[in-house]
Ligand binder design. Structure first.
Ligand code: NAP
Length: 285
């Protein structure tokens, strides 16, 4: 009985503290956003490396950044698709180099990133390659973890080493809105891999900022690409963004060196509701 009372009291205190912090956040956040908007100058990038650059979000990002005087490096496994993407990027006046590589191959990724950096000091690296396994998603868990987690770090680690040498650069991690949930039954393992990326970004940003390296974590909701089409995951059209809408958001977040960019705007509400339900259900079992 005493233990129950203790635990009840403890829960009640935690809820009151959380409410206080929430009110602080509600007051402070808009001010911080406005200050950031008014004082930050948009960054522009001239040497950009994108993993998963052969199609989907990565290929569209390459086109968004392409223009005269810009050098773009694209990494993916399928060489024919890479050639296609390169042709489109060059048609917009940019220089484009392609590297066929699997992001799970640590040595190859180090070699390729160091080579790209030697050719043209990288000022923006986008760790974008990722997979969503078809239902039930956790069966081939090793591959999902290898591509989404190890693949991202095989990109980030050599990139950071290059950028630290000259104390400048911007790293962008393409995570997912699913990683901002406490748990999401429909995207279990995939969401978990993205949560890890979010956690890392939150932990590392301040440290990298001291070395003048920016770090932006991107958390989009559903985007119409092969990843969604091939997963067997059914999402209503009204909740799905076009690739171009998604790419515009990423472009803005990188220009502003935003810490984390979760979009579209319905996502935080959905996350709050889902986390509340998950918390309640975990108490009742
Ligand atoms: N689409 C969405 O709804 C959505 C939502 C939130 C977050 N995201 C994230 O956005 C990123 C891009 O997704 P997308 O929708 O553009 O997917 P996509 O259309 O399937 O494209 C994935 C890209 O990653 C490459 N890739 C996959 N595995 C790779 C590997 N092992 N090594 C190297 N490259 C690899 C693919 O090229 P190859 O097959 O030629 O290697 C392709 O270029 C992913 O990290 C995904 O998790 C997507």
């Amino acid at each position: 009985m005493l233990n129950l009372l203790k635990s009840f009291l403890f829960d009640a205190i935690v809820i009151v503290v959380k409410m206080f912090l929430l009110v602080l956040e509600v007051v402070a956040l808009p001010f911080m956003e406005i200050k950031c908007f008014l004082t930050t100058k948009d960054k522009t990038y001239k040497s950009i490396l994108i993993t998963g650059g052969s199609r989907g979000i990565g290929a569209h990002l390459a086109l968004r950044y392409a223009g005269p005087g810009v050098t773009i490096f694209l990494i993916a496994r399928n060489e024919a698709k890479l050639q296609e993407a390169k042709g489109q990027v060059e048609a917009k006046g940019a220089t484009c180099h392609i590297f066929a590589a699997d992001v799970t191959d640590k040595e190859r990724m180090k070699e390729v990133i160091e080579k790209a950096d030697e050719m043209c000091n990288l000022d923006l690296v986008i760790a974008n390659a990722g997979i969503l396994q078809s239902y039930p998603w956790f069966e081939d868990y090793e591959r999902t973890i290898a591509v989404n987690v190890s693949g991202a770090f095989n990109t980030i680690v050599p990139t950071t080493a290059c950028m630290l040498k000259r104390k400048s650069g911007q790293i962008c991690v393409i995570s997912s809105a699913s990683g901002t949930f406490n748990g999401l039954a429909s995207l279990n393992l995939y969401g978990g891999t993205k949560t890890l990326l979010n956690y890392w970004c939150h932990s590392e940003r301040a440290k990298l900022a001291k070395k003048n390296i920016g770090l932006t974590c991107i958390c989009p909701s559903y985007v119409k690409t092969d990843l969604m089409d091939n997963s067997g995951f059914k999402v209503s059209n009204s909740l799905t963004m076009t690739v171009d809408q998604c790419v515009d958001e990423i472009f803005y977040a990188n220009a502003r060196n935003k810490a984390i960019h979760v979009f579209p705007s319905y996502v935080p509400f959905y996350v709050a509701w889902n986390n509340f339900v998950i918390r309640l259900s975990s108490i009742s079992f």
